[in-house]
Write a protein that binds this ligand. Structure first.
Ligand code: 6OG
Length: 171
């Protein structure tokens, strides 16, 4: 009964530093008009880590030693393949953040209630969940807390999130 005969691997990378998170406004392609991490398709022969580091440099101009934070598996009734997305994080980076053809980077406040308030960070805009993929709000808290996670999301043809779960990875 397999509805999906292909899995396509993608990456998504976030820099989280001193209570801030770096997101990019996607200017074109899949997810245009939404804020997201930096990433894209894994190329043949690449590991997802290699792909994530390459995409981060291509889309934001920076280099970072990324670490796997979580894994998501999506299906979207509009397309006949499933998405496997590895989510990466780094707390430091080198180079200068630049806007590219694909992404306009911006820092957002990622300070959690229990953190001490840094006034400069508190002035940054809040994470714009209403202008992000509908699933992000369910796993972003784990990412911000550095809790490894895995999740599964089903999007309906009209783009709504039909069914999902996100769980903590315990080993
Ligand atoms: P390009 O094909 O434009 O890369 N992506 C998603 N990210 C989130 N948070 N939720 C989704 O829910 C996503 N579907 C795709 C993966 C596409 C980029 O978009 C991400 C890639 O980083 C459905 O190169």
């Amino acid at each position: 009964w397999s509805e999906f005969t292909e899995v396509r691997r993608y990456t998504n990378a976030f820099i989280i530093q001193d209570g801030k998170i770096l997101l990019g406004y996607k200017k074109r392609g899949y997810g245009q008009g939404l804020w997201n991490g930096f990433g894209g398709k894994v190329e043949p022969g690449e590991s997802s880590l290699q792909a994530a580091e390459r995409e981060l440099e291509e889309e934001a101009g920076i280099r970072a030693q990324l670490r796997l934070a979580g894994t998501l598996f999506f299906i979207d009734a509009k397309v006949p393949w499933a998405f496997h997305i590895d989510i990466f994080v780094a707390h430091t980076f080198t180079g200068e953040i630049i806007e590219t053809d694909e992404m306009r980077p911006q820092w957002f406040c990622a300070q959690m209630a229990e953190d001490t308030e840094d006034p400069e960070v508190a002035r940054l805009p809040q994470i714009p969940y209403d202008r992000m993929w509908a699933d992000d709000i369910y796993w972003m808290p784990q990412l911000l807390r550095d809790t490894p996670f895995a999740g599964r999301m089903d999007f309906a043809k009209n783009g709504t999130l039909r069914k999902w779960w996100v769980a903590k990875v315990v080993n």
